[in-house]
Structure formats: C-alpha cells, structure tokens
Ligand binder design. Structure first.
Ligand SMILES: C[S@@+](CC[C@H](N)C(=O)[O-])C[C@H]1O[C@@H](n2cnc3c(N)ncnc32)[C@H](O)[C@@H]1O
Length: 306
C-alpha cells in the first residue's frame, strides 16, 4: 500500500527547509512529506506528530535513515505547543499540516473509514473515544441530522437521519457496509449520477469529522503553530474539503490582520503575527491529480511569521 504525498514540491517551496533548523510535521502520517523535507535539506531536523500510533510506527520505519534528525510524538495537533515543549524545543523554523486521513487509514478495512471496504463502523484516527457506530446508534435524530448536514454538506440529511433512527431500532449498525446500503437505498439510484460522487461519501465524511472532532481543533492548532514559529518561520497547511479550508483561510486572515484600532479603524501593526504567502489556495496540477487521485481536492495555504 502506497501513500503518495500531495503537493510536495509546493510544500517544500513554501516551507523553505534549506534554511535549516527544526520543522514540525503535525500530521506526519506515513512520513512522505517528512522524508522529502529531510532529503532536500541536510540542515533540517523534524518533529513528527500524529494521533495515530499505527501511522507513527510506519513513519518511524520510513524515517529511520535520518537517525537523530527525527523525533516522533503521539499527540493531537491542537496540543502542538505542549508536544514540542515535551522535546525541550522552543521556536521552530516551520510547521506543516497535511490534514485528513492517510491511505493507510482509508484502505485498512478494520479501521472502518471506507464505504468501499466492509469493516466495523469505527473511523477513529487515534486518541478519540467514540466510534462511528456509537454515533450512528446512540445520537438523537436531530443531532445526527445536524452532523450529516453541517459536516457532510449533505442535502438529504433529514431523510438519512430519519432512516438511520428507524433502522437502528430494529438492529444497531455494526459495519460500514450496512450503513452504505442504507444510504444508497434512501438516496436512490439517481444520486450517484447527479452528484458524481458515491452517494455515501458525504455521510461518511460527516461521521469521520464528528468522531475525530476534526474541525474543533483546527483553529487552536493554527494559533499554536503561529506562536511556535520563529521570525520568518513558515506555516503550510493542506486541506481536503471546504469546511477545513474555510477555517484555515479565516484563521490565517485574522492572524495576518491583527487587532483593529478602534480609533483609526486600521489594524495595529504590532499585533499582525503573519503575512500570507499565498493569496489564493495552491491547487495540484492536472498531472498530479491524474497520477494521484487523492490530490484532487487538495488546497494549500502558506504564511510567514513576522
Ligand atoms: C493525509 S495524512 C498525512 C500524510 C503525510 N503527509 C504523508 O506524506 O505520509 C493525515 C494524517 O494526519 C493525522 N491526523 C489527523 N488529524 C490529526 C490531529 N488532530 N492531530 C494529529 N494528527 C492528526 C492522521 O492520523 C493521518 O495520519
């Protein structure tokens, strides 16, 4: 199983690791971006963080050739400052986050992320308590509808939540296949043609976000990352859906603007923490998407610490 890192050349361009020093990969995953960074820049050292212990084991193997230049920590990225401080480090030269799931998570049926592979309805990336089955079987109908609508941007959220509640009264959901079949039935055969994505995609995305509280930690992560950066330090974030990208865009905009002076109506320059390096999100080339379909929805934003 291969995990091809997305937008690698662009990530290295904006992180500029040739400056040397410590870089943090806050979602080290299988170590693809991390290996590229360490290879490109002999003066760079790397802290790799992931919430998933299985991913960290793989990253450790992949990055072993770089020896003491690499330190790995299991943590959620919204505890970034704590994780970095636990290694005795202070300021860093760059922080990278490549959000979302890895191919390892998606393609391991037992982890329950995929509607293409039947497995237990789990979806935990690591360090989370509830499973997708807990949510589907125990959440009140109204809350289930909200999760599916807000995190999945699914227009048929109400009908799907209703159908889940009716079905689970007969028998609780246990597998990804059972949930997929129910969604297919509710949305009907036309849905796949009209939406041009699998009818189950949005509901699965919604549950994954809710199980792992993916959006909740993102703003805090970005603030902590900016606090950790030394002057001229770089932040690069790759997101894969519009909900994430909106949070990244708005938080970076606020950190770049700083506080507004109530008298002049202008931003106070001393409170401007970063400058945006990318006006618009950077998208992968057609060639990259053809080679690596997972890159399709990627958007990269970069900023520089002032
Ligand atoms: C797209 S993969 C990263 C792949 C990596 N860039 C590579 O090239 O191999 C995303 C990783 O982020 C991790 N992750 C997602 N949310 C996280 C969070 N809140 N804290 C820490 N790690 C997280 C996942 O466990 C997953 O391994």
């Amino acid at each position: 199983m291969q995990h091809l890192p997305v937008l690698v050349a662009e990530t290295l361009e904006w992180l500029a690791p040739r400056r040397g020093g410590w870089f943090v990969d806050a979602t080290v995953g299988l170590g693809g971006h991390a290996a590229a960074l360490l290879q490109a820049s002999p003066g760079a050292q790397l802290v790799g963080i992931d919430r998933d212990s299985e991913a960290l084991e793989r990253a450790a193997r992949r990055l072993a050739e770089f020896g003491p230049r690499v330190r790995l920590v299991q943590a959620r990225f919204d505890r970034l400052e704590q994780a970095v401080a636990s290694l005795g480090l202070d300021r860093v030269a760059g922080v990278l986050a490549d959000l979302g799931v890895s191919s390892l998570q998606l393609e391991t049926a037992e982890r329950g992320f995929s509607f293409r592979r039947d497995g237990p309805l789990d979806m935990r990336m690591g360090m989370s308590e509830v499973t997708a089955a807990d949510l589907v079987n125990e959440t009140a109908e109204g809350e289930l509808e909200r999760i599916i609508r807000e995190y999945g941007e699914e227009r048929q959220a109400r009908r799907i939540a209703r159908a889940i509640v009716l079905a689970r009264a007969e028998r609780p959901f246990e597998t990804t296949g059972e949930l997929k079949r129910l969604i297919d039935r509710v949305k009907g055969p036309r849905a796949a043609r009209e939406e041009r994505i699998d009818p189950a995609t949005r509901v699965f995305q919604a549950l994954r976000i809710a199980v792992n509280q993916e959006l909740a930690g993102l703003e805090r992560f970005l603030e902590e990352a900016v606090n950790l950066l030394a002057t001229d330090g770089r932040l690069v974030v790759i997101s894969y859906h519009s909900l994430e990208d909106r949070i990244v865009k708005n938080t970076l905009r606020d950190l770049a603007r700083g506080e507004i002076d109530p008298v002049t109506g202008r931003s106070r320059s001393e409170s401007q923490l970063i400058e945006a390096l990318t006006r618009k999100p950077v998208r992968p080339s057609e060639a990259e998407v053809a080679f690596n379909p997972r890159a399709r929805s990627a958007r990269l934003r970069a900023a520089r610490r002032l």
